[in-house]
Design a protein around this ligand. Structure first.
Ligand code: NAP
Length: 289
């Protein structure tokens, strides 16, 4: 089997860690990301002992902070001469009250969209050095159930609620991947980019967010019926490692199968507006490289 160098964001717990363990068992070099040093070291030890693979590494950084994302990319580029797979896994839903990051971005957008967008921009050169680079981004079915984007107000300063912010963010993740796939195909790049919905999975997802009494009760009642992190991780593992998807790009997967995305808000103009917003918002941290 071709051994890969794989980087996974948000892999100290939940589906990220389950993905890391499965890929480590396949003998790939797995670099996990976490935001807490102690938690990351603990996860590295757990992944090593669960897989028997000593080639497990970590980097830390807060994905709410653009400067941290830049540092993460710099560390990876300094240590590894190429990258085979980037798994943009970290993500989450926020609170009822709109909050912004230190850089001034709404937090749902910052974590789920701008962070993977910037990381991908900073690491694309390293992925192109791979025999067949892959970008795998975790989206969600919430892109079709919860999205209601206002393209004049991507930051949701006028009307914010956490479910809509999350739905919008996961829709943008899909669109940005599709646009990048088209760009990469134009220059006959060896890098592919795909997105996925993992299913409804029992992780820490949403546990720190107060979404209102209805969602709080609903999510507690639903927990026994949710997938395990190992089950939820299966599609990400497949897209990162399966030989049969090496030429597939710009797709959205559910249960390891290509699935349709919501066409409700789709238009090339809307897609371009989102791309331009992300491009301009992250430009400063790319130019200063
Ligand atoms: N669970 C579901 O039902 C479900 C359904 C559809 C899609 N998803 C998506 O699946 C992905 C994985 O989520 P999960 O369910 O495994 O949830 P999780 O257990 O909460 O994992 C989320 C990961 O993101 C990290 N993270 C959050 N904020 C961060 C920040 N500011 N900087 C750095 N890392 C940060 C978390 O790190 P800490 O441990 O430090 O907080 C954690 O490792 C997410 O993109 C989520 O949106 C989940």
């Amino acid at each position: 089997m071709n051994k890969k160098i794989i980087f996974i964001t948000g892999a100290t717990g939940g589906m990220g860690k389950a993905t890391a363990i499965a890929l480590a068992k396949m003998s790939h070099t797995v670099v996990i990301h976490g935001r807490d040093d102690g938690k990351a070291k603990e996860a590295v030890n757990e992944i090593k002992s669960a897989s028997g693979n000593p080639n497990i590494d970590y980097v830390t950084g807060d994905l709410y902070m653009m400067s941290d994302i830049k540092t993460i990319a710099q560390k990876l580029k300094a240590k590894y001469d190429h990258l085979d797979v980037l798994i943009n896994n970290a993500g989450g839903i926020m609170d009822k009250k709109r909050e912004v990051t230190q850089d001034g971005f709404e937090k749902t957008l910052a974590l789920n969209v701008l962070a993977p967008f910037l990381l991908t921009r900073l690491l694309i050169g390293h992925l192109k050095k791979s025999e067949q680079g892959r970008i795998v981004s975790v989206s969600s079915d919430a892109h079709s159930l919860g999205a209601k984007p206002d393209f004049d107000d991507i930051e949701m300063t006028r009307r914010y609620d956490p479910m809509t912010a999350y739905g919008n963010a996961k829709l943008y993740v899909i669109w940005l991947s599709q646009l990048l796939a088209a760009e990469l195909a134009k220059c006959q790049s060896n890098v592919t980019t795909n997105t996925l919905h993992p299913g409804a999975v029992k992780t820490s997802f949403g546990s720190g967010s107060n979404l209102g009494w209805f969602y709080n009760i609903f999510s507690k009642l639903a927990r026994p019926f949710l997938k395990t992190p190992e089950q939820g991780a299966k599609t990400a593992i497949y897209l990162a490692s399966a030989p049969e998807v090496s030429g597939v790009t710009g797709m959205y997967y559910v249960n390891k199968k290509v699935s349709k995305t919501s066409a409700k808000y789709y238009s090339p103009v809307n897609m371009t507006r989102v791309w331009e917003y992300c491009y301009l918002s992250t430009k400063k941290w790319v130019d200063a490289e």
